[in-house]
Each structure stands twice: as structure tokens, then as C-alpha cells.
Design a protein around this ligand. Structure first.
Ligand code: SF4
Length: 229
């Protein structure tokens, strides 16, 4: 008898390479890199929590104009001033404290970014996850985009399309989701970067809260009866 899918785990394996190829063929390279420097990527990874990227760009622009985008200056900025500068990103009080917790970890434990990024990938991930307010998505964004490590970033767009196609149980964990997709791919930074950017585009252009499956590059993989709720 066929083993039933778990309540929370993955279901049938997603054809990751084919999905990537279909998205890439449809939309080409996204050339998406969230930040000009490694510090900007780190700041962006925190600020993007629960907000659109456009708001993050506004907040980063304000930090840049205030000349606050170096680790010593960002770390020394009074919390109130930091809150004011990142206000466009929303939840600015919480995010200011998260940024401060991150810069404190880097400055107090490692001195500077190069020392932090000399850690092995598992150690670096653990170090990031120990910081208050840094979850797996934020940690993996920093690993992939700031540290150049092959960490697959899972976001709400990823979960949405995977669930709709029946490749993921609705309550699958972050790690189960990452494994369900990245498990079928070579561990490659450029590939993970491009795939994530393509999934973001998928979520914005097609796989919205109300899916627009007509013309979607992933329509050939729809389950019988259409997307799952
Ligand atoms: S085919 Fe429909 S459900 Fe599947 S990814 Fe595209 S929009 Fe989403």
C-alpha cells in the first residue's frame, strides 16, 4: 500500500529542475540582488519581514542618505534615530531592535563582517538564528545573498505555489519546504538566487492570492481539478 502523505510534511516530490527551467524560459534572468553591499543585504533581510520590497528600498535609501550604512555607524546610531530612518519599512520599532540585536552580535562576537562570514555555513546559520527576530527565512537570505552560501530561501510565495500544486502539505515546516524544492537541485548559489527571484516574480505576476493560472509557466503541472486551496 502506498504510504499516505504526512499531515505536515512534503507530498509527492516537486520536479524542481523542470519548474526552474519553465520559469527561466518564460521570464529569463531576473538579475535580482537585494542590496549593494553585504551590510545592505543584511539590513534588507530584516526590513523585508512583513512588508513589500518597495518599502524596504525607501528605508534603505534613508539610511544611505543619513550615511548610516556602515557597520560601526549603524551600530552606533541611537535607537530612536534608527527607528525614524527605517519607518517606511513598517513595524519600525521591532525592526530597529532586531537590527540592533544583529549588529550587536556581529560587533561583540566577531568584530566585523569578514570574521562573521568566515564561519562555516552551519555555524553561520546557527549564529544568525540565535539573534532575536532572525528566523530561517531571514537567516537564509543573509546566507545566500550576503555570504554567497547555497542556502535555499523559502518565502510565502514558495509555500503558496507548492501547496497549490500538492507538493507540500499546508502545515509543512520551513525546512520541509526547502527540502521539497532544493532537494531536487544541485547546491549552487547562482541557481538558488535565480530560482528565488523567479518564484518572487511568480508570486507577484501569477500565483497571487487569487491565482491567475492562465498563461502561468507552471500551469502544465497543475493538479487535476486545478489549484488546491
Ligand atoms: S499554475 Fe496557478 S497555482 Fe500554479 S503556480 Fe501558476 S498561478 Fe499558481
Amino acid at each position: 500500500m502506498k504510504k499516505a502523505a504526512g499531515r505536515t510534511g512534503t507530498r509527492r516530490r516537486a520536479p524542481a529542475k523542470k519548474l526552474y527551467r519553465a520559469l527561466f524560459n518564460a521570464w529569463g534572468p531576473q538579475r535580482w540582488w537585494p542590496g549593494r553591499t553585504r551590510l545592505e543585504v543584511i539590513v534588507g533581510a530584516v526590513l523585508t519581514q512583513n512588508t513589500a520590497w518597495g518599502n524596504v528600498e525607501k528605508a534603505i535609501g534613508r539610511l544611505r542618505r543619513a550615511d548610516a550604512l556602515s557597520l560601526p555607524r549603524l551600530h552606533a546610531l541611537p535607537l530612536r534615530q534608527l527607528e525614524g530612518l527605517i519607518r517606511p519599512a513598517g513595524y519600525f520599532r521591532v525592526k530597529a531592535r532586531r537590527l540592533r540585536a544583529l549588529t550587536t552580535m556581529i560587533v561583540d562576537r566577531h568584530g566585523a563582517l569578514p570574521a562573521l562570514f568566515r564561519l562555516s555555513t552551519p555555524d553561520l546559520r546557527d549564529e544568525l538564528l540565535r539573534v532575536n527576530g532572525v528566523g530561517p527565512e531571514t537567516a537564509d537570505s543573509i546566507l545566500l545573498y550576503a555570504a554567497g552560501r547555497p542556502a535555499f530561501v523559502v518565502d510565502a510565495y514558495t509555500r503558496r505555489f507548492m501547496t497549490r500544486h500538492g507538493w507540500l502539505a499546508p502545515k509543512a515546516t520551513y525546512d520541509e519546504t526547502a527540502r521539497a524544492l532544493a532537494g531536487g537541485l544541485p547546491r549552487n548559489v547562482r541557481l538558488y538566487n535565480e530560482f528565488h527571484a523567479l518564484i518572487v516574480r511568480l508570486g507577484k505576476d501569477c500565483c497571487r492570492p487569487r491565482p491567475l493560472c492562465g498563461g502561468c509557466p507552471l500551469a502544465p503541472w497543475l493538479p487535476r481539478g486545478g489549484p488546491r486551496p
